[in-house]
Write a protein that binds this ligand. Structure first.
Ligand code: GLA
Length: 385
């Protein structure tokens, strides 16, 4: 919905005008998958789709949560702290409020109206988007004094402690710190980062949504997290490391017997080789070698499919098609996997043809249509009004 319509919707619900409006994008990750929680380097970027919130203060000491896209509503009294209740969407902003209260920031009652155009559960970080959006808004309205990196870290605490997902910092960082036209190379251990102009010549970044209803993503994600921690602990018996990504491929090969579990060994091999791919991808991008960048994307997907086992027949069907399409030079799943979205680098002038053919291929194999769109790299969280 456009802003004017949202303002009318706000007035209809609350019988007053919204005082402030903020927007936070979603993200895609170009390369560096499932390594943020292993202290690795990742390369996400913010996209133009995201979440908008309209807000007005109230004198009732109540947080009223409404969303254009969800029927569930909630009115929650201002208290000292909160815990997650159920699985509804408003737990994300509630978790953010909880973190602000924990930080000793004084809040007042607020009326919220959220609206988003990120397909939910599609791996484009709709949850990081609503977390960072709420954090940015509260920080602004109540003068919290936090910078965007601190807001990203706060969002991660909500995800880890309030929502119970052991995710890394990548998503919150990407949507808080995104810069138009640039990918972010983020070191997830030190939080050092660098903007890399995403100059891909006559190619476009395509996003292909599997439209697969995602199930059990959280439990499988936490399982991968635990497997990585096991691999790290076993390697620590000999290697002086804090994170799995500190291990070189050579050291891994020399010491992999310590792991003594073929599945965990595969997980570790993915993590370590993916981290090295990101470093190569940075080189490729900065030297304008888009072809190599694309090949690294394919290699990343293969590793996520075979070693990390977070892909699935839907994502694989898309990437397999991309490999046969001459004007596509790279593709991979993006985000946590198990469904969600793939990304691809496709020649601009072939995009419509690509779209038609990938849809046909996918429908033949999977039985329903994917969503396909081209995306621009956009700014991170921001104030609209
Ligand atoms: C999800 C998590 C991120 C990251 C990716 C996989 O998006 O929120 O922290 O681990 O999966 O790279």
């Amino acid at each position: 919905m456009i802003i004017d319509q949202l303002q009318k919707e706000f007035e209809k619900i609350y019988h007053k005008q919204a005082e402030r409006i903020f927007f936070c994008p979603g993200r895609v990750n170009l390369i560096g998958e499932h390594i943020d929680y292993n202290g690795g380097q990742v390369m996400p970027c913010a996209i133009s789709m995201g979440t908008t919130v309209l807000i007005a203060k109230n004198n009732d000491h109540v947080f009223r949560f409404r969303a254009v896209d969800f029927p569930e509503t909630s009115d929650i009294e201002l208290k000292d702290s909160y815990t997650k209740t159920g699985t509804e969407w408003f737990n994300y902003p509630l978790g953010v409020i909880h973190e602000f209260l924990k930080a000793g920031i004084k809040l007042e009652g607020l009326d919220f109206l959220f609206s988003g155009n990120l397909p939910i559960g599609s791996g484009l970080s709709s949850s990081a988007s609503i977390e960072v959006l709420t954090a940015f808004a509260l920080n602004d309205i109540f003068s919290g004094g936090m910078n965007n990196v601190e807001l990203a870290l706060l969002g991660k605490r909500v995800e880890n402690q309030f929502m119970g997902l052991n995710s890394g910092i990548m998503d919150q960082f990407a949507v808080a710190m995104g810069k138009e036209g640039n990918a972010i190379l983020l070191n997830c251990d030190t939080l050092d980062y660098e903007y890399l102009p995403f100059e891909i010549g006559d190619y476009v970044l395509a996003i292909i949504n599997t439209n697969k209803p995602r199930k059990l993503v959280e439990s499988k994600y936490n399982e991968r997290f635990a497997e990585c921690m096991t691999a790290k602990e076993k390697l620590q018996k000999k290697l002086n490391i804090n994170h799995l990504c500190e291990v070189s491929i050579d050291d891994f090969i020399k010491n992999k017997e310590l792991i003594n579990d073929p599945v965990v060994e595969n997980r570790a091999l993915h993590v370590i080789s993916e981290n090295e791919r990101v470093i190569k991808a940075r080189e490729a991008l900065t030297s304008g070698d888009i072809k190599t960048f694309g090949e690294l994307m394919y290699a990343s997907h293969q590793s996520l499919q075979d070693l990390y086992e977070v892909s699935g027949e839907e994502l694989d069907a898309i990437v397999e098609f991309c490999k046969t399409y001459k004007e596509c030079i790279g593709a991979r799943m993006t985000g946590a996997g198990f469904g969600g979205c793939a990304i691809a680098l496709v020649k601009k002038h072939s995009f419509d043809d690509f779209k038609e053919k990938v849809c046909r291929h996918y429908e033949d194999k999977i039985g329903y249509q994917p969503g396909v769109f081209s995306s621009v790299i956009a700014e991170g969280v921001r104030t609209i009004v």
